[in-house]
Design a protein around this ligand. Sequence first.
Ligand code: SF4
Ligand code: SF4
Length: 364
Amino acid sequence: MKADRTKKLEKEMLTCTFCGFCKSVCPYFEDDQWDPSVARGKVILAYGLAREDIEPDDSVVKRIYQCTTCKDCERRCPSNIKVIEIVKAARRDLVEAGHMLPAHSKIVDNIERTGNPYGETKATDFGVPIKQAEIGYFIGCTSRYRTTEIAEHTISILNKLGIDFTLVEEGCCGSTLHRIGHSKEEILKLMKANLDAVERLGIRKLLFTCAGCLHMFEEEYPKHFEFDFEVEHVVQYLARQKLKLKPLRKRITYHDPCHIGRHMSIYDEPRALLRMIPGAEFVEMKESKESSRCCGGGGGVRANEPDASQRIASRRVTSASEVADILVTSCPFCVSTLIFGNDLVKMDVEIKDITELVDDLLIA
Ligand code: SF4
Ligand code: SF4
């Protein structure tokens, strides 16, 4: 197989000393304890593909996709290896050579047919008119079609605060396609359609509740297009507001979604928001902020290996249940994966998106 993109990272891969420090943090390795699923294993496989020393057989393809792109190995790696770039390049080369996993082919087909990875054909009506406004809210496919309550709570918060905002005629942001190695041309089409939809409404600041969508707009869109509106997670926006919240006598902990945590360093704002709740005790899990463990959902893992994803999520929920009554996060995909994880271990901990908690307590 030709692996031109992976080949360009050959030098990067050769800096791996095989020290194994990445083993101490990889959620996938913690789950299956097999070396090929940890960063150094993927580096060896990707190097083999780049040199055309190994064939992309089923076992190689499977291992290259056992990565949630959580970035924790990069934090731990003494050689500063860009593991995610290597994984993404190898996936892109595999897809180009015709090695897409069936679960991912279904996502691609859904997006091509319906504009969203879930294949939903009926748009959810959130009762908000689309109009010219300085502030826009990009809901993202997961909250448009699955965890709709997150979009409803966000809309309710913005309405309670008297903010003039609009929704957007949005389509998939392209995040999933990007992470599973799909063709750049298709992703660029999605990006362009979303940017046109935002720009025709005169939006100056676009708010997000999905960590994956925001990360895509922050990191990937500017590589290909110029635009002059700001992007921000709703937790950043709300942390600057004067919120009047009802008291809540509970212990609350926070799970950092990898794509706004390690990938974007948004750590303080959600914590500042949670500390605004009168009577609540904010507690950290042992692994938080930079060292937060992954929920197990990202990088196409949940679609392809739901059982592994569920086990990884169950560990995070178990950690939360040891310190808190409520586990809060700020990404619909993390919320749904953590709830899925708790189906396995049935811990006595509520799992909520931060918008749900804030809206329930916000005094209009
Ligand atoms: S921590 Fe970095 S250098 Fe060490 S084995 Fe893992 S990828 Fe290689
Ligand atoms: S990005 Fe996360 S899941 Fe992927 S190899 Fe690194 S630690 Fe493991």
